[in-house]
Write a protein that binds this ligand. Structure first.
Ligand code: AQP
Length: 334
């Protein structure tokens, strides 16, 4: 019998837009698969969401919907700690300390900062710049061993490791050095309209994006309109056939079929048949999630119990790390 303690996992999603098929395939689906073998904390990182201007009522609605969607996707609130970042003040407290051990130069090199500054040229705020420090605090507070992320978020885990390593060296071992945990397939789902761009919550480009709560008619319409190429062969070739390859990734995730099986299945068919099949597979994939989410949203007391219990459990763990950090840097204990 394996008696080694379970490793700890932390991950979060910003409530910066309605969760998409990309959020599900790239994050939530993998989280569910990890819940039996690891001790997991799954957070709704609302403090990260406000680095870009949010409409308050929409942010509140999406945060509650996101809790419901976590559970509807299969995350068990007893097995995992599911909570809202702003309910655990230790995230902000540790973030301040870690900011004093993070260099201006290393933050300037973060691709997400460059990217988001370009897209929000009228609001390049300090939070956007120090975002990776808060993310380091999210991870290091819980001494997480692994952080499941899409490949685009790898740089954030690397900077968290660098900050942790620096702090450990200045004082003494304090933080576990986290590792990124990147799933082998379906790591990146692209827009159906612009298959070179990621399907993104906050930039829902009309027909390019599928949200978890979309109705079947909208889903089918978007897949029928998905951008492909001028050939007719269903084959996996992300460089030359990004649209078809993205649809194949989605279909493979929804049905469990391999790329070879998919190519064989649609041999001699046009793209039209393929797009219909992908659309139908996604409608069936998302149907139970949509229905369960609606049920949960009708039971606000149950949702509140989940996020309050989660915050209490997370706070207990976080406090231990924060006390240690405060002591090491020389703050007088209360
Ligand atoms: N299209 C995607 N394909 C695969 N994985 C994805 N993720 C998001 N979109 C896709 C993964 O979901 C996790 C949570 O991401 P996040 O919300 O914290 O930040 P993000 O990656 O910046 O997500 P968005 O949708 O693009 O949000 P905005 O537009 O607000 O920045 C991560 O593990 C991410 O990889």
């Amino acid at each position: 019998m394996d008696t080694a303690p379970k490793k700890r996992i932390f991950s979060g999603i910003k409530p910066s837009g309605d969760l998409t098929l990309g959020s599900y395939i790239g994050a939530l689906r993998n989280w569910v698969a990890l819940q039996d073998d690891f001790n997991c904390l799954y957070c709704i990182v609302d403090m990260h969401a406000i680095t870009v201007r949010q409409e308050p009522a929409a942010l509140r609605r999406r945060t509650l919907e996101q809790i419901a969607q976590y559970v509807a996707c299969g995350l068990n609130p007893q097995k995992n700690i599911i909570y809202i970042q702003s309910h655990v003040p230790a995230h902000a407290e540790l973030s301040w300390v870690l900011g004093c051990y993070t260099m201006f130069g290393e933050l300037s090199r973060m691709t997400q900062f460059k990217d988001k500054s370009r897209k929000n040229a009228d609001n390049i705020n300090a939070g956007l710049f120090t975002y990776p420090v808060l993310m380091a605090a999210d991870i290091l507070l819980y001494q997480a061993d692994l952080v499941p992320v899409g490949d685009d978020q790898k740089q954030h885990v690397e900077i968290a490791r660098d900050i942790a390593g620096r702090f450990n060296q200045v004082y003494s071992p304090t933080f576990t050095l986290p590792e990124p945990f990147i799933p082998k397939t379906g790591a990146r789902i692209m827009s159906l309209q612009e298959p070179l761009n990621k399907m993104s919550k906050s930039e829902q480009d009309g027909d390019g994006c599928i949200c978890l709560l979309d109705n079947p008619d909208d889903i089918m319409r978007r897949f029928k309109r998905a951008v492909t190429d001028s050939e007719t062969r269903v084959a996996f070739d992300p460089e030359n056939k990004p649209g078809i390859s993205n649809l194949m990734t989605i279909y493979s995730c929804a049905t469990g079929k391999t790329f070879d099986e998919i190519t064989a299945e649609f041999d001699g068919h046009g793209y039209g048949d393929f797009k219909l099949a992908v659309g139908e597979s996604v409608v069936e994939l998302l149907r139970p999630i949509r229905e369960k989410t609606a049920d949960l949203l009708n039971n606000k007391d149950y949702l509140a119990k989940i996020y309050r219990d989660g915050a209490a459990r997370a706070s207990n763990l976080a406090r231990k790390t924060l006390d240690k950090v405060y002591r090491k840097v020389g703050f007088v204990g209360k």
